[in-house]
Design a binder for this molecule. Structure first.
Ligand SMILES: [Zn+2]
Length: 103
């Protein structure tokens, strides 16, 4: 007994330009302003010389680095627990990822 496979609806197909995202293993860097289970999602910003990884974005409100388990892309929503800001990831004219506050 066999049934024909259902065709995949268009809405479930990944757009061609949406390349697979890299995934990251997060480690606890000792950020102690949030409960233990959330610590690995944040780290202290080291200042202007601090280079952010593709899975990191700086909170414009409290200057804490928010880290994601996957590569961040413009349009992603992230939450800054230390200052309780809802943020959306955008790309600056210079190509770097920035977070903007969602009101
Ligand atoms: Zn913040």
């Amino acid at each position: 007994m066999s049934e024909a496979a259902e065709p995949v609806p268009d809405t479930l197909q990944v757009p061609v330009d949406d390349a697979p995202r890299r995934h990251y293993e997060l480690t606890d860097t000792g950020f102690d302003e949030v409960p233990v289970r959330w610590r690995r999602f944040y780290r202290h910003w080291q200042g202007p010389g601090d280079e952010l990884a593709p899975n990191e974005v700086l909170c414009p409100v409290c200057k804490v680095v928010i880290r994601s388990r996957r590569e961040l892309r413009p349009g992603d929503r992230v939450y800054c627990m230390p200052c309780m800001s809802r943020l959306v990831v955008a790309r600056d004219p210079d190509g770097s990822l920035v977070a903007r506050v969602v009101y």
